[in-house]
Ligand binder design. Structure first.
Ligand code: ADP
Ligand code: MG
Length: 348
């Protein structure tokens, strides 16, 4: 049976669909009627499982934020339908206060926070004054859950990006939504603090059964966090699956480039490496083995320092490939190498 959190979640004319995922979209489009019509989401279908962390990934402008707003009910689909627990998601025309009652959206850039108020007040203000004792204890609990209780009396404006993001999440979670939606949540969080924040988010999901749907244009940052990825390109969903599956067996070259910065080769280029195929292939950077050799067929044309590894550009005159070099090796620009391909991915 559907959980009835509030009556205005349901449209009187709607009938619940059973046997579908927690959040479910069918044939969903959204056209912005600006000076020119923009189709931001184009006939997409998706299913989002309960208690999972799902990430919508794709390049900038691919329609990720629009899809998130459609799911929350801030925008109305131009075609198709979106259902939550089998019920149509109400939109602005059905509901005075926009946004689904069972969900909370953490928008981009801390828009919802009052920067000049204290952390405590930003969070506590989400609760009614009907029970002050409960208000204080819930606020304290939520601060602890996000590990920001020591910041309670500070102004939000004085916090780091990572701390602000924790406040924004605490504020969204204090009323115990069933679904947390986040648009580019790690954008303004320093890489060094991302892992800890992601671990805490994972912890909250495991502990409370929360469902999370987030958006990211940098999928490498969500590979470790997400249970499921939805890949968007040009307003379409091109594939959906667990991160490891999409990383090792992507169905589209776009996904291989997005997740692995993979080398994409045409049929002819593949054949020049002795790989005979009838459609383009991808070779992940870590699947190119190379060895220095005075008569090597490839030479090192560029070296990009990436911290704990170096990205080498290896070229043989017609083909240029990106490969990963362990820091213990020390090739220089101009060195000759022979290469071998450990693994390649074929696209139909
Ligand atoms: P993403 O979040 O993946 O970067 P968006 O969903 O924000 O992409 O945008 C998808 C497309 O819709 C883009 O071409 C964008 O310019 C357009 N778009 C987004 N919001 C509006 C709007 N309010 N009016 C007109 N076009 C918009
Ligand atoms: Mg966006």
């Amino acid at each position: 049976m559907a959980k009835q959190t509030s009556s205005c979640q349901y449209l009187p004319t709607d009938q619940q669909k059973l046997g579908i995922p927690l959040i479910y979209g069918e044939n969903v489009s959204h056209v912005f009627e600006a000076k020119e019509q923009v189709t931001a989401v184009d006939h997409v279908a998706f299913g989002i499982a309960e208690r999972n962390i799902t990430a919508i990934i794709g390049e900038s402008g691919s329609g990720k934020s629009t899809l998130l707003k459609l799911i929350y009910g801030l925008l109305e689909p131009s075609s198709g339908e979106i259902r939550y627990r089998g019920w149509l998601v109400p939109t602005r025309k059905d509901k005075l206060i926009p946004g689904h009652d069972a969900m909370k959206l953490v928008s981009q850039g801390f828009d919802d926070l009052n920067l000049y108020a204290k952390v405590w007040d930003n969070i506590a203000s989400q609760l009614p004054n009907t029970n002050l004792e409960r208000k204080a204890s819930r606020t304290q609990e939520t601060l602890q859950k996000l590990k920001i209780d020591h910041l309670a009396q500070q102004r939000v404006a004085d916090l780091s990006g990572g701390e602000k993001q924790r406040v924004a999440i605490a504020r969204a979670l204090i009323n115990e939504p069933e679904v947390l939606l986040m648009d580019e949540p790690f954008n303004q969080v320093d890489a060094a603090f991302r892992d800890a924040l992601q671990q805490d988010i994972r912890h909250i999901v495991d502990e409370t059964g929360l469902t999370i749907l987030l958006v990211s244009h940098d999928p490498t940052e969500v590979l470790a966090l997400a249970d499921e990825l939805i890949v968007m390109k040009g307003a379409k969903i091109i594939e959906q699956g667990p991160p490891q599956q999409l990383y090792y067996e992507p169905a589209h070259s776009y996904t291989a480039q997005l997740l692995a910065k993979s080398n994409i080769l045409s049929v002819d280029q593949a054949s020049s490496l002795g790989i005979n195929v009838s459609s383009p292939i991808a070779i992940h950077q870590e699947d190119i083995a190379f060895e220095e050799h005075p008569q090597g067929t490839f030479s090192v044309t560029d070296i990009r320092f990436r911290g704990f590894y170096k990205e080498l550009v290896l070229a043989d005159g017609q083909l240029s490939l990106h490969a990963i070099q362990h820091p213990s090796k020390n090739l220089r620009i101009g060195d000759k190498v022979n290469i071998s391909i450990r693994r390649h991915i074929v696209f139909d």
